[in-house]
Design a protein around this ligand. Structure first.
Ligand SMILES: Cc1cc2nc3c(=O)[nH]c(=O)nc-3n(C[C@H](O)[C@H](O)[C@H](O)COP(=O)(O)OP(=O)(O)OC[C@H]3O[C@@H](n4cnc5c(N)ncnc54)[C@H](O)[C@@H]3O)c2cc1C
Ligand SMILES: *[C@@H]1O[C@H](CO)[C@@H](O)[C@H](O)[C@H]1NC(C)=O
Ligand SMILES: *[C@@H]1O[C@H](CO)[C@@H](O)[C@H](O)[C@H]1NC(C)=O
Ligand SMILES: *[C@@H]1O[C@H](CO)[C@@H](O)[C@H](O)[C@H]1NC(C)=O
Ligand SMILES: *[C@@H]1O[C@H](CO)[C@@H](O)[C@H](O)[C@H]1NC(C)=O
Ligand SMILES: *[C@@H]1O[C@H](CO)[C@@H](O)[C@H](O)[C@H]1NC(C)=O
Ligand SMILES: *[C@@H]1O[C@H](CO)[C@@H](O)[C@H](O)[C@H]1NC(C)=O
Ligand SMILES: *[C@@H]1O[C@H](CO)[C@@H](O)[C@H](O)[C@H]1NC(C)=O
Ligand SMILES: *[C@@H]1O[C@H](CO)[C@@H](O)[C@H](O)[C@H]1NC(C)=O
Ligand SMILES: *[C@@H]1O[C@H](CO)[C@@H](O)[C@H](O)[C@H]1NC(C)=O
Ligand SMILES: *[C@@H]1O[C@H](CO)[C@@H](O)[C@H](O)[C@H]1NC(C)=O
Length: 584
């Protein structure tokens, strides 16, 4: 997710790099190197360079996209998919989903939007599994520190926006609030009434730590400029003249270079490849911070010799730290869509969302016996890199959570919400929030430019499929309320393909054949005790290293009943404080 203009000095360094005749140029003088200028990376870079004596280099594979309308237009969620600013990864054939492959998108230059933190107890669970210093109360100040909430206008309040002032910060760099083009008129009331008839109460502010019910979601958006807010707009462009911040664009980080590769390995820099194919090393006197996202941070560790010895050996990489959990615990959510046709043309954005718990969508809760069976199955499906007893413990924590946190999200959108011209089309996308299935991401080559092997292992645990099917049925029951029936008719999948009286098995089959990735991968360098399958400790430091941290979605040990960026910004804010505290 990056998109940056080059500072004069970094442009200069860049030019030196490109014109270098030698195969290896060494650059000294940085205190920190951050790999990845995405959501987390730019946040950390910004906070560290508040200290004028601290020099930071950010290495980003993508380019700046400052004025690409696909990025700046708040409604354009999807047009970037498949373009040069999407990495366009693809999963392996999914054994438990009919063998099909799934497109795995990841920003090589795109920004955030939906801004929902999740449930208080989900962050508290991070502390409960052994991460000292991590709880909702300890993270809340960082959620607030990142944001500058725009109080809704009278027209927005009329259109369904609502908020609770004490849940928000108003002096952070990241603009949040409601979109400029929020749909006016009666649609909000019609949709709220329909969800209300299914027992979903209105939520005043979904960012207060509880999300169950129906609400209009808040976004990362500069409302008055009507521009999507992202990490570059908030944390980089306004600060790009800082002389102690350098950004290398179109530059791939290959691997960490070690000055001491014995126990408690010490990183001295990062090997990079420029867009011209020139390989060099950049040095950092203090730390290397990996923020390349859930699909790449673990593979950079593997290329650097940190990971499962048997995987490293396959690719001839010598093992610096024996850490078999690197790249494991990959959790993504499955997403399905129902599309409707109305007789009314809608010209506004509808960021409407319902969060339901298992009672709401009529699903049973897992038993303890289920958990041990699932742990065995998930461990086996991932070569036992994280063993069944660790997984069973984690599943127990997760199963306790879904006894009271929502496990379903169903969003409601007009075509305009996705950037289409005003139209009669409206749709709901929905997903299971906390899947038990876990997969992995690993290197597939010793070439750092090669794509990783991504295997989310969707639906390894049948309960996930049944849950997604139950959520489909629940979302359809919303469309079957009288208010929604009067408003719209289903055009996809349509009642001929999925009848109104479809069985649970028919719903499951439809889910399995039509789902896509929800683009919320996390957990691949999880913050957990090492014995449980963790990769980083509670200061986000990689086990077995002195000065390498991971700061991004990879460290999140559980899924959220929210969207990831809100929490990633908060993690990055806290990480910056942890790093600064070590400077003295
Ligand atoms: C289409 C789509 C829609 C989404 N919508 C939302 C939403 O509405 N709300 C929400 O909260 N979340 C959303 N997400 C998820 C959200 O974007 C991610 O969870 C979040 O950006 C992850 O942040 P990160 O810091 O972990 O990684 P990223 O922001 O992905 O940053 C990683 C960066 O590292 C760079 N990089 C990777 N490998 C290398 C390398 N080897 N060398 C140098 N640079 C490298 C990448 O180019 C990227 O810029 C969406 C994701 C997608 C794909
Ligand atoms: C915007 O997205 C469209 C559709 O994917 C693509 O054709 C176009 O090239 C993109 N524009 C830019 C500036 O990237
Ligand atoms: C917050 O945003 C408002 C405009 O929405 C702006 O006037 C104000 O200066 C911003 N505050 C900070 C601290 O950036
Ligand atoms: C990055 O690469 C693209 C595509 O090759 C190029 O158009 C752009 O100018 C490059 N940007 C920088 C800063 O080198
Ligand atoms: C959508 O609705 C319009 C107007 O009611 C109708 O003309 C059109 O045929 C419908 N389209 C589909 C695909 O059902
Ligand atoms: C949307 O339609 C309404 C009602 O027709 C109109 O008042 C409003 O100006 C339109 N808004 C936009 C952004 O086109
Ligand atoms: C909603 O109304 C406000 C105030 O009249 C207007 O500025 C805004 O453009 C309208 N939004 C839409 C989507 O019509
Ligand atoms: C769902 O929420 C309702 C209302 O708070 C509550 O009564 C019920 O126990 C919840 N069920 C679960 C499984 O969380
Ligand atoms: C992994 O590498 C093999 C052999 O080079 C190749 O055939 C395969 O397509 C690669 N897989 C991925 C996911 O890139
Ligand atoms: C659904 O209804 C159709 C006719 O309306 C009937 O043929 C079919 O058997 C029913 N299916 C189930 C699962 O009840
Ligand atoms: C599972 O792994 C953990 C950490 O590696 C270890 O402490 C535990 O003994 C293992 N349990 C089994 C049953 O192998």
């Amino acid at each position: 997710m990056l998109f940056v203009t080059v500072t004069t000095l970094s442009a200069c360094l860049f030019a030196i790099l490109q014109s270098s005749l030698s195969f290896a140029t060494v650059m000294d003088g940085f205190d920190y190197i951050i790999v990845g200028g995405g959501t987390a990376g730019l946040t950390v870079a910004n906070r560290l360079t508040e200290l004028p004596d601290i020099k930071v280099a950010v290495i980003e594979a993508g380019d700046k996209v400052f004025d690409n309308p696909n990025v700046t237009t708040p409604e354009l969620f999807t047009v970037t998919l498949g373009t040069s600013i999407d990495w366009q990864y693809e999963s392996t054939p999914q054994t438990y989903a009919g063998g099909k492959t799934i497109a795995c998108s990841a920003g090589k230059a795109l920004g955030g939007m939906t801004w929902v933190r999740g449930e208080k107890s989900q962050i508290d669970a991070w502390g409960a599994i052994g991460n000292k210093g991590w709880s909702w109360d300890e993270l809340l100040p960082y959620y607030k520190k990142s944001e500058n909430f725009t109080v809704p206008s009278a027209a927005q309040l009329e259109a369904g926006a609502s908020y609770h002032p004490s849940d928000h910060g108003e002096s952070g760099p990241l603009k949040t609030g409601y979109p400029f083009g929020l749909q006016n008129g009666s649609l909000h009331e019609t949709v709220a009434t329909a969800w209300g008839s299914l027992g979903m109460p209105p939520i005043l502010d979904a960012n207060g730590g509880h999300v169950r019910g129906f609400t209009v979601w808040q976004s990362t958006v500069d409302r008055d400029a009507n521009i999507r807010e992202d990490a570059a707009r908030a944390f980089y462009y306004p600060f790009q003249d800082r002389p102690n911040l350098y950004i290398f664009l179109n530059t791939t980080a290959n691997r960490i270079v070690w000055s001491d590769a014995s126990e408690d390995a010490v990183a001295e820099g990062v090997e990079i490849t420029s867009s011209y194919g020139i390989v060099s090393v950049i040095r950092a006197s203090r730390e290397v911070i990996i923020s390349a996202g859930s699909y790449r941070s673990p593979t950079i560790l593997e290329l650097s010799g940190i990971g499962n010895p048997s995987i490293l050996e396959t690719f001839g990489i010598s093992n610096i730290v024996d850490l078999p959990s690197v790249g494991e615990n990959l959790m993504d959510q499955p997403n399905n869509v129902l599309i409707y046709n109305s007789s009314t043309i809608f010209n506004g954005t509808t960021s409407y969302v319902a969060y339901g718990n298992t009672t709401d969508f009529d699903m049973e809760l897992p038993s303890d016996d289920d958990l041990s069976v699932w742990a065995e199955k998930v461990a086996a499906a991932n070569d036992n890199a994280v063993n069944a007893s660790s997984l069973e413990y984690l599943f127990k924590v997760q199963s306790d959570l879904i006894r009271y946190v929502p496990n379903a999200e169903s969003i409601f959108s007009t075509g305009k919400t996705f950037g289409y011209p005003p139209s009669v089309i409206i749709a709901t996308a929905f997903w299971l929030l906390m899947p038990f299935s876990r997969g992995s991401v690993h290197i597939n080559s010793s070439d750092p430019l090669a794509y990783p092997t991504i295997n989310p292992n969707y639906f390894t645990v049948d309960y996930d499929l049944k849950t997604q099917a139950a959520i489909a049925k629940w979302t359809r029951s919303f469309w079957m309320t009288s208010g929604m029936r009067d408003l719209a008719t289903e055009i996809s999948p349509g009642y001929d393909i999925l009848p109104g009286n479809a069985t649970d098995a028919q719903y499951a089959e439809w889910v399995k054949t039509t789902f896509s990735s929800n683009s919320h991968p996390l957990g691949t360098a999880a913050m957990m005790p090492r014995e449980l399958g963790g990769v980083v400790d509670s200061s986000l430091k990689v086990y077995g290293t002195k000065n390498v941290r991971v700061v991004d979605a990879s460290v999140m040990p559980f899924q959220m009943s929210g969207h990831l960026t809100a929490t990633i910004y908060a993690i990055a804010e806290k990480a910056a404080d942890l790093i600064k505290a070590d400077i003295k």
